[in-house]
Design a binder for this molecule. Sequence first.
Ligand SMILES: *[C@@H]1O[C@H](CO)[C@@H](O)[C@H](O)[C@H]1NC(C)=O
Ligand SMILES: *[C@@H]1O[C@H](CO)[C@@H](O)[C@H](O)[C@H]1NC(C)=O
Ligand SMILES: *[C@@H]1O[C@H](CO)[C@@H](O)[C@H](O)[C@H]1NC(C)=O
Length: 396
Amino acid sequence: MAFSSQLWSLQRICLFVVVFPLVLFLAPVSADCYSSIFSFGDSLTDTGNLYFISPPQSPNCLLPPYGQTHFQHPNGRCSDGRLVLDFLSESLGLPYVKPYLAFKNGAVELGNIQQGVNFAVAGATALSRSFFEDKGFTVEVTTNFSLRVQLDWFKELLPSLCNSSSCEKVLGSSLFIVGEIGGNDYGYPLSQANEFEVPVTYIPQVISVITSAIMELIDLGAVTLIVPGILPLGCNPAYLTGFATTDEEEYDRAGCLKWLNMFHEHHNDLLQIELNQLRVLYPLTNIIYADFFNAALQIYKSPENFGFGGNALKVCCGGGGPYNYNDTAVCGNSGVIACDDPSQYVSWDGYHLTEAAYRWITKGLLDGSYTTPKFNLLCRTSETSEDFNNYAMKWQ
Ligand SMILES: *[C@@H]1O[C@H](CO)[C@@H](O)[C@H](O)[C@H]1NC(C)=O
Ligand SMILES: *[C@@H]1O[C@H](CO)[C@@H](O)[C@H](O)[C@H]1NC(C)=O
Ligand SMILES: *[C@@H]1O[C@H](CO)[C@@H](O)[C@H](O)[C@H]1NC(C)=O
C-alpha cells in the first residue's frame, strides 16, 4: 500500500498494542481471510456499473478527466482515481471488484468475478424509484437501481457463485460492503425542494431499507458486513454553493454548513442504533460500522495535517465560483479543467472526493479509528500479516 510509510508503520505499532488483545480474544467468527467482496451502494462505490446503463444519466463520470490519476482514463468511477472500495480490495489482497453489469453484459467472464462483484450504481438510492415518484419529485433514472434492485441482482447471480452445499462457505468467507447508500435519497430532494424539512421525515424509511438489506444478506449467508455511514455533506462544495448564506453562524469552523452535517449525522446515528440491534439479533455475525462521516470530517477540520493545504472546500475539477463549483460548468464538461494536482484537494468534482481523500478515509477505517467494532487486522494481505506477526513476536 502506498500510504506514507513511516507514519503508517508507526500507527501500526500503536494499533497493535491496542488492538491485539481484542483480535486475540474477541476473534471474529469470520474466516481468517476474505475470499471475495460483494458491494452495494452509489457513486462512492460504483466501479463501472454506470457505464452499462443506457442512456447514462450521469455521463460525466465516464468522461475525461475522470480517472486520470490512477487509471489514466475514465473507468466508470466518479473520482480522479481509486475509491475506498479499491483501497480496501488492495489491502485485502483482492482484485478490484468488478461491476456486476459488466458480467451481465458479457464484458467480464464468470472466472473474473469469483473474488468479488460490485452492485453499486452511481446515483443509486436506498429507497425505490416509486417512493420518490409518489412524493412528486423528479426522479433520475439511477433511482431505478435502488438497494432492492441491487440485492435482487445479487440473488440472481448467486447460483453462478455457489451451490446449496457451498454457499454457506463462500458467503461466510466473503466481505459484504453495504453502502455508502442514502446520500442520494436526501440529495435529489434537497437539490429540488431546497428544503431541509422534506427529507428529514423519511430518514427512518431509508434506514429501514438498509437494515432489511443487511438482514436479507445475513439470511443468505453473509457473516462479515461493513456498513458505511454518509459523508459530512455539509462540507460538500456543491451543497456549500447551493445553500450558501451570508449568515456566518450557519458555518462551523471548518467552513461547513452545520445544519447539513447535523442532518446527515442524524441518519448515521439512526443507522448505528439499528446496527446495534442487528448485532444482538445475529450474534454470530460481524457487523462493522464504517464511520465515513468522522473519517472525512477530521480532514476538513485540519486539512493541513493531511496535505490538503487550503483546498479542503474547493473543487479540483470545477467551473469557477467561491468553491470552484459551478452547476452549469461541471467536471467532464468541455472547457472545465482539473487542477494541476488533485492530491492536494479533498473534493474532485463538488460531489465526489479525490483518490487522495478516499485513501485517507480508508486508512482511518483500516487502522481501526473509524470502524466499530474494529476491522479484523488479521485479514490483510500476506505482506501485512507478516509485518503484523513480526510485531507480535517483538511484543511477546
Ligand atoms: C427506469 O424505470 C422506468 C419506470 O419503471 C422505466 O420506464 C425506464 O425504462 C427505466 N430505465 C432504465 C434505464 O432502466
Ligand atoms: C455446483 O455443483 C456442480 C455439481 O455438484 C458443480 O459442477 C458446479 O461447478 C458447482 N457450481 C458452483 C458455482 O459451485
Ligand atoms: C458558471 O459557468 C457559466 C457557464 O460556463 C458561466 O457563464 C458563469 O460565469 C460561471 N459562474 C461562475 C461563478 O464562475
